[in-house]
Design a protein around this ligand. Structure first.
Ligand code: NDP
Length: 289
């Protein structure tokens, strides 16, 4: 059957805030592709039904999946890419003749955004703050990009331990937990680091409520690159803190959002969109909001 319009969507709940339709519209225009990409709010326990409705349409080529459905999508697809398997979550579904493939473009998006900002990943010592889905999704691509070591710091110690164990099963990289023992010693252990971190990534949702992780200022001093996965219309408190402590590069997650979308687009169409202008456009509209 000849397809006149490719159809895709992003599933989430809530989803009203999503910028994905704007991003994919701009990507599709670059290649003159007839793509209709919309937001679909699935009921909290209704991901499978919503996916079946979408894919009953033969023009539907794929979907993005955001919170809280990344695990539902992981369970629903017929097969998984290596990124998705190692991330334990699916944010991109690709329809093929042989069924639905689940992939994960979050980590590739983060890596590409770090590289766009000239941050050296290979050989870097990374502190990842947070052990939720975003941290887990990012780790496989960071490890593939030859990061030399990863330290995970998280409010709930057991979740950090679980993430380290899961990641170790899927890679050979050096990865460990902060705090090693209990939450009481965490700040102390970090303050005792003799070699500074090359990259610090905030993968918690704390910036959304203007809160900072409980970390000593010393970890920021001399750190060349600080990243907050959250993006707002102005600097997050985390980035303000890093800048006040003279971190050279402090960036939010808007570029990660654009780059993960670009990788999803590539997975559907085999074409790599130009991301610079899309990023600049989104930054401009968010600053004028
Ligand atoms: P999860 O709910 O899976 O994890 C939340 C993380 O934040 C956990 O590590 C949690 O710690 C921590 N956290 C939450 N509240 C507190 C608190 N009060 N004190 C200390 N730690 C806290 O969310 P995700 O991992 O999926 O997402 C995290 C953030 O990343 C979101 O805000 C999201 O917007 C952003 N994100 C950005 C993307 C982008 O493209 N830029 C892509 C994906 C995510 P604990 O384990 O102790 O609960």
């Amino acid at each position: 059957m000849a397809i006149s319009t490719f159809k895709a969507c992003v599933f989430g709940n809530p989803i009203a805030q999503s910028k994905s339709p704007i991003i994919h519209k701009m990507f599709a225009e670059q290649f003159d592709l007839p793509l209709e990409y919309v937001k679909r709010e699935a009921p909290a326990s209704g991901f499978v039904e919503s996916a079946e409705v979408l894919f009953a349409d033969p023009e539907a080529l794929g979907a993005n999946v955001t919170m809280p459905f990344k695990h539902d999508a992981f369970a629903w697809v017929n097969s998984l890419s290596s990124q998705a398997e190692r991330a334990g979550a699916v944010n991109t579904i690709i329809r093929t003749k042989n069924g639905f493939i689940g992939d994960n473009s979050d980590g590739v998006g983060l890596v590409n955004d770090l590289l766009n900002h000239n941050i050296k990943i290979a050989g870097a010592k990374l502190l990842m703050i947070g052990a939720g889905g975003a941290a887990k999704g990012a780790l496989p691509a960071l490890l593939d990009a030859s990061i030399s070591s990863v330290h995970i710091y998280n409010r709930s110690h057991q979740k950090a331990v679980d993430l380290v164990n899961y990641t170790k099963e899927h890679s050979q990289a050096y990865i460990s937990v902060y705090p090693r023992q209990t939450n009481q010693v965490k700040a102390l252990e970090l303050a005792e680091q003799t070699t500074p971190f090359d990259i610090i990534i905030n993968a918690t949702s704390l910036s959304l409520s203007n809160q900072l992780p409980a970390l000593p200022d010393t970890i920021f001093e001399g750190c060349p690159a600080v990243y907050d996965m959250v993006y707002l219309n102005q600097d997050t408190v985390f980035l303000e803190k890093a800048k006040s402590l003279s971190c050279k590069t402090a960036i939010d997650g808007l570029g990660m959002l654009v780059e993960q979308a670009a990788h999803s687009f590539f997975l559907w169409f085999g074409k790599k969109p130009e991301t610079r202008e899309v990023y600049k456009y989104l930054r401009a509209i968010s600053q004028s909001a």
